[in-house]
Design a protein around this ligand. Sequence first.
Ligand code: PGA
Length: 274
Amino acid sequence: MYRCPFKEFRVRVPIIAGNWKMHKTASEARALVREIGHALPSSQVEAVVCPPFTALASAIEAAEGTLVRVGAQDLFWKSQGAYTGQVSPGMLTDLGVSHVIIGHSERRGRFGVPEPDFTSEILKLFGDTDASVRKKTHAALAAGIVPIVCCGETLSERRAGDTDSVVATQIREGLAGLDASHSATVVIAYEPVWAIGTGETCAADEADRVCGVIRAAFAELYGAAAGGAVRIQYGGSVKPDNAADILGRPNIDGALVGGASLKAADFLAILTAA
Ligand code: PGA
């Protein structure tokens, strides 16, 4: 990372990550990464795609020789053992995974769009909490994987006026106990749950304000310099037509993009906006 002569300031390289969620087979992923990789506008922006586990290997193979980096959508903090269905940090680094999304609201069982088949019983299966987010973040960093740690409030929390305290708690609890070098690596994604997959975007000013709250919470943990250096993405219905407005705000250093990351043209347009 570029360091300017004033120690307390660092250039925050924008980071745009595509969260593909449960989309794309291995062969579809290969084709999409090739398309993005060939057209990637510049090296001024970090470009990451996060396919499902089953498509990581083909995405990594297709990304070779391009500026595209490949991330996972989750990991488990144990290195190995009897944990059926889990994937360890070492399994990801062995493939060449460089980033991982941690604590996405969907993994925490907090969905923006109510679905009739998500009963409370089923929601319990999406089990991330601030405590598991912390363990996963530490495990990712120890393995040399950049964690993209998600936080954000639900609509009812926003309506109750609890937005700032919800995100500050998620940061305090989810990101506690990092050492200094690790605190410089972590990326935070502010994703208001009500704006994910709904077409509702948080107004750019408000997104910027909440990212400022997150920055302050991080600074409380690790000091002003770390607060000034940490990269914070906005996520929630980011599209080519609203990307420039959102990405132009002082506290927003990139985007975590869901739906619009599934088409090369849209994802590239957002990268260009950054
Ligand atoms: P969206 O998803 O861009 O489709 O709203 C963002 C996310 O969930 O990361």
